[in-house]
Design a protein around this ligand. Structure first.
Ligand SMILES: NC(=O)c1ccc[n+]([C@@H]2O[C@H](COP(=O)([O-])OP(=O)(O)OC[C@H]3O[C@@H](n4cnc5c(N)ncnc54)[C@H](OP(=O)(O)O)[C@@H]3O)[C@@H](O)[C@H]2O)c1
Length: 288
């Protein structure tokens, strides 16, 4: 079995590559640039993978508000060409999407299923939703996995970073932290989402599925748990999204129900605090 992974240097991509026991072809923007998709069909025709996993995305949620063209190019139009090229060579496309396809319904308080109508509140969410639809339309064998609040050890260094690292860095500098306490979701470990992805592939699951760690919290509660588990004291204050005033609107509630993945045979992912504890142990090995 030959599996190609685009975005192989991202936090989810790296964790996935480590977990795939197959003929692995890690790909980066140097081989396929989703913003310039004209080369995709020839790359796919030459590689002829059995499965193509797209972990690449334009993830700059706030910046997308002012540069929608590049967000849509990378998250929607590029994946469309990719899905068409996968279908042409008989390869299954595994594509990732986000809880930010929800958010318009601010009255929601129960976990969202794959059947719930999406309604993105941001350009980023809209571009990812467009990508989902285009992938699903172009490649009937697709697997689209919506996940949420990713953090992984490969996002713990370099230019990317992640929420956990930002919290630890700012608190380590002795600076105060004001973190939103009115956005509830499920922060998820890329290690766990990668393992779940390999399991879903092995089970031959297709279609749209939600995959996150268990439970839910606000970003403020997540930050408080990061500091508690790290034994750090931090000057941490809960604030509202209105006080934070980010350029892009985020969902107030985007907890994803994993029921459909579990009924397809996936073991439920562990609760988010357990995954966070493991992450903090792993990062200590990587960043002594
Ligand atoms: N991060 C989250 O909190 C979150 C939440 C829900 C869903 N997701 C989804 O989960 C997936 C993985 O996210 P992640 O956190 O692992 O992302 P990440 O660490 O930011 O990695 C994204 C990768 O995409 C690559 N990329 C960006 N633009 C590209 C382009 N034009 N052509 C080819 N590659 C390009 C980047 O390469 P360079 O290093 O060259 O830029 C990077 O390696 C994405 O689909 C994302 O939308 C993420």
């Amino acid at each position: 079995m030959k599996i190609a992974v685009l975005g192989a240097h991202g936090q989810l991509g790296r964790d996935l590559c480590q977990r795939l026991s197959c003929q692995l072809v890690p790909l980066t923007r140097a081989e396929i640039d989703l913003a310039h998709p004209n080369t995709i069909p020839s790359v796919l025709a030459a590689l002829r993978p059995d499965i193509f996993i797209n972990c690449a995305a334009y993830n700059l949620v706030d910046k997308a508000e002012t540069e929608p063209e590049i967000a849509f190019a990378v998250n929607a139009w590029g994946p469309r060409v990719l899905a068409q090229a996968c279908h042409a060579v008989g390869c299954k496309l595994v594509h990732f999407s986000t809880d930010y396809v929800f958010g318009l319904d601010s009255s929601r308080t129960t976990p969202l299923s794959e059947e719930d109508p999406p309604g993105p509140a941001s350009v980023y969410g809209l571009s990812k939703l467009a990508g989902e639809y285009l992938v699903r339309a172009a490649d009937p064998g697709h697997l689209v996995i919506r996940t949420c609040g990713l953090y992984g050890v490969w996002g713990s260094g370099g230019k990317g970073g992640n929420f956990v690292e930002t919290m630890l860095r700012v608190a380590g500098q002795g600076k105060p932290l004001r973190v939103v306490h009115d956005q509830r979701c499920t922060p998820s470990s890329t290690a766990d989402v990668a393992s779940a992805t390999t399991a879903l592939i092995a089970m031959g699951v297709s279609g749209l599925v939600h995959v996150t760690n268990g439970g839910a919290c606000t970003w403020y509660e997540f930050a408080a748990e990061i500091f508690r588990l790290s034994g750090m004291s931090a000057d941490l204050t809960p604030i509202t999204s209105a006080q934070f005033a980010a350029p892009a609107r985020r969902p107030t509630f985007s907890v994803l129900s994993n029921a459909s993945a579990v009924s397809a045979g996936l073991a439920p992912l562990r609760p988010w605090p357990e995954a966070l504890a493991d992450y903090l142990t792993e990062r200590r090995k990587k960043i002594p």
